[in-house]
Design a protein around this ligand. Structure first.
Ligand SMILES: NC(=O)c1ccc[n+]([C@@H]2O[C@H](COP(=O)([O-])OP(=O)(O)OC[C@H]3O[C@@H](n4cnc5c(N)ncnc54)[C@H](OP(=O)(O)O)[C@@H]3O)[C@@H](O)[C@H]2O)c1
Length: 246
């Protein structure tokens, strides 16, 4: 197992689900871990942990997350833009402008804010930095009822490819990683949809019946491998994790 003790990671959206699972794995490995969600994530307490409330929609709050992390831990080695939402789930003809904007603000502007804060940090200090923006299979496939989500995750992929081009000579490695299917609150929300909102809902209920999910631990380990394992560096900016069950 790679020795990651002392590496500094920032994870947005770490109050539950994939972000909380990643934070737990990082803490277990002795990393210095800085996390946020809209309310303070309930993680272990300790000198190696900083947990704050920050809404990724708010650029100043995200910059403050970066600044507080650097003040406490000296620098940031890995930044994971994980915070994301799925709604509105309904045909585009029924999506309100305000619901659409609220979604795009979290899933695109939130990723932009984290990316910008981290890139400027990496440029301000010597050495490498790794950016992981959490994407989805929905970035490359269209699903009826997921217009907002498919559009925002496609935007995450392109934004990440652009920042890779812009910053790779400045020490940044950037990845947009689709984590697979993990049984978080987001999946419960999907299974609770009716078919008029989301015609493919039955397929997701089947996944639950078949227990066809990757675990939080598996995803956390794969993300850390992509970030730090020299022998397992992804060859492309946009990456799709294998399913744990493959
Ligand atoms: N689960 C899957 O199968 C799956 C598949 C593909 C991609 N993904 C992606 O993986 C990421 C995590 O998904 P998940 O399944 O773990 O979702 P989740 O269980 O719903 O957790 C989402 C996290 O994001 C936080 N969050 C939401 N809006 C935020 C905001 N404006 N500012 C700060 N934090 C915010 C939530 O905390 P608060 O609500 O407390 O703020 C929570 O901690 C998302 O980007 C999602 O699109 C998930």
């Amino acid at each position: 197992m790679m020795d990651l003790a002392g590496k500094v990671v920032v994870i947005t959206g770490a109050s539950r689900g994939i972000g909380a699972g990643l934070a737990k794995e990082c803490i277990a490995r002795g990393m210095k871990v800085s996390v946020c969600a809209r309310s303070v994530p309930d993680v272990d307490k300790g000198d190696n942990i900083l947990a704050i409330a920050a809404d990724v929609v708010d650029a100043a709050a995200v910059q403050s997350l970066a600044d507080q992390t650097i003040d406490k831990f000296g620098q940031i080695d890995l930044w994971v833009n994980n915070a994301g939402v799925l709604p509105p789930i309904s045909p585009l003809r029924d999506c309100s402008t305000s619901d659409m904007l609220a979604h795009l603000n979290v899933n695109i502007m939130g990723v932009f804010h984290g990316t910008k804060s981290f890139v400027n940090h990496v440029r301000s200090r010597p050495g490498e930095g790794v950016l992981i923006n959490i994407s989805s299979g929905a970035s490359t496939s269209a699903y009826e009822g997921w217009g907002a989500y498919c559009a925002s995750k496609a935007a995450v992929d392109r934004l990440t490819e652009v920042v890779d081009l812009e910053e790779k000579d400045e020490g940044l490695r950037a990845y947009a990683i689709a984590p697979g299917i993990i049984d978080t609150d987001m999946q419960s929300l999907i299974r609770g949809c009716d078919e008029t909102q989301f015609p493919m809902v039955e397929k997701f209920r089947e996944l639950k019946r078949d227990k066809a999910f990757s675990s939080l631990e598996f995803v956390a380990r794969e993300l850390l491998k992509a970030a730090f394992d020299q022998d397992n560096r992804p060859e492309t900016v946009c990456v799709r994790l294998p399913s744990e069950n493959d």
